[in-house]
Design a protein around this ligand. Sequence first.
Ligand code: ADP
Length: 503
Amino acid sequence: MNVLHIASEVAPFSKTGGLGDVLAALPRALAQQGASRVTVVSARYGSIHPQQHGLAKRLKKLSVSVGAQTFEVGLYEGRLPGPGPLVTVYLIEHPLFSERPGVYGPPDNPGEGYADNPLRFALLSQAAICLAKELVPRPDVIHAHDWQAGLAVYYAQQAEWDTPPATVFTVHNLMFQGLFPLSDAQGLGVRPELLTPDGIEFYGQASFIKAGLQLADRLTTVSPRYAQEICTPEFGYGLDGVMQARRGRLTGILNGVDYDRWSPWLDGALPVRFSRPPAELEALSEDAFAAELVGKARCKAELQRELSLPVRPKTPLLVSISRLTEQKGIDLLIQWLEAELHSRSEFQFALLGQGQPALEQRLRMLAERHPTRVAIRLTFDEALAHRMEAGGDFFVMPSRFEPCGLNQIYSMRYGTIPIVRSVGGLFDTVVDFDARSRSGTGFTFQPFETAALGNAIRRALAAYHSDEPSMLALQKRAMRADFGWATSARAYLNVYRQAQSGK
Ligand code: ADP
């Protein structure tokens, strides 16, 4: 199986969110699970310095037609770093990418988006298809990701092939759809008959994501639950009808986690490493397992010190690491904190995140009012994120919606018990604690309400204070949960086979 991925981000070359991480890991996992060749095509943004990444410039240029325009684009060639089989990365070189400081928009306001983004990502998509036609051997499957690569599915179907490749399209977050004026799409070579509601039109605009959703042989999204949810009006962002119609072709596959970076016994960002691989934890007695967590207690004390909170080993420490947006339910968490901090219940809360100014302001005020109980860091700090995963007792993630979510998975490996709203990938990865049956890996709640969140947190704090053996057993179950990429890569290989046989 020869697979070519097309995406607007691939770490470590470019990353603004989870998409970049997936493109760094999934292709390697596919190669390890038996794909004969895996290639990634993305863009050489201004922030990518070719020498730093060992990228070589190809002498030959590609001539790429987008609508009536023709672009001469260059190509950088490199490889995804990491062990295992070779994954080749091609980065398309053109001033539309290289002469911009940001990936999607100006760095000080990325949400705004560059005005010519339709052309930029149409060019990326078409250049990737032109390259695919030149590669020997040709790809069997073209796998396009998110709206930026939506038109790649269309261009792949318009291109002439001896044997056309199968196409797979993955939705990482349905909220971001790539909506632009219909006239833009026409200029990009989209046939007029496709600019209808049965095609890629969406309420008077052209929808790039709809191109991927309507035209690909198979669709995937990043968790089984989110696959169900996006077929409903509540989570479908107006595309639930399209998702419903193509439901039989849609598969939810959980994102994996890079445990080389997120394991407490390997983690160089921690003041002290602790624990060991899950298989070795299983056989440990309660005492021996408790001894594995001595390092975690040190991490907690160091974290409290770092955040200028009183160093109290027995006070439960709730942590959160999050973009501060609607999606993440931070407003709900703030509401709960505002009410609860006036009560006598004993806990500390620490948050690392950046985002909407209004949320940042409310969090800042909470920390000012309750300096011994609340610590807020409004920056992006990867190393601190690791120390918080390690030093917290509980990780709170009350998302409105969550396609997959990674932090709840990281936290489990560090014995930091997730408290999550049971939606999307959170539903699929966190099992609610049940003391009687001694099962579960975290605490979950359903209605998006302060009382429901509060109830989940109360149950978590009660478990923390009341029953040490049961809490230890809960931590052990969470730390043994495995969400590596191997299982997910095998599921993608299955989808590729289905896409091929469905043609
Ligand atoms: P999303 O991709 O929706 O933002 P995820 O939970 O899937 O949410 O992944 C978020 C990733 O970004 C995690 O690796 C998390 O640790 C990291 N992250 C988010 N905000 C920050 C921050 N302020 N500092 C450091 N890392 C952050």
